[in-house]
Design a protein around this ligand. Sequence first.
Ligand SMILES: [Zn+2]
Length: 122
Amino acid sequence: MDSTTVDQLLAAHSVDPTLLDPGPADPDRAQTRARYAGLHLRPCSACGKEEDCRTARVIVFPEAGPRWVDLCRDDSLAVMGPWRGPTTWEGILADVREVTAEMGLPLRVYTDKEGWSDDPGP
Ligand SMILES: [Zn+2]
């Protein structure tokens, strides 16, 4: 799937930013979470689909200032950048090992063939 920007997505749907809800100029995570996890069902800012929006962000439009952009699942996925994390089990486990070591936590790896064991590391 090709990635697009939020600006490109809104332009493709001819969204008038002045009709979007005004938002804070620099929302923190709690404000953003409250927006998409709120009780109010909001239509997707891009396609207008009436479903639970999966993401919310504030875009500062030159002509309209900061506005909330709520996106449905499909449009959220359309604006996600390419995956930059590990793509192999070995790479994923290496990342998990690094994080758990930094946190001082033990790591156990469970598999469907071997049960579980303390992770011996690489
Ligand atoms: Zn949508």
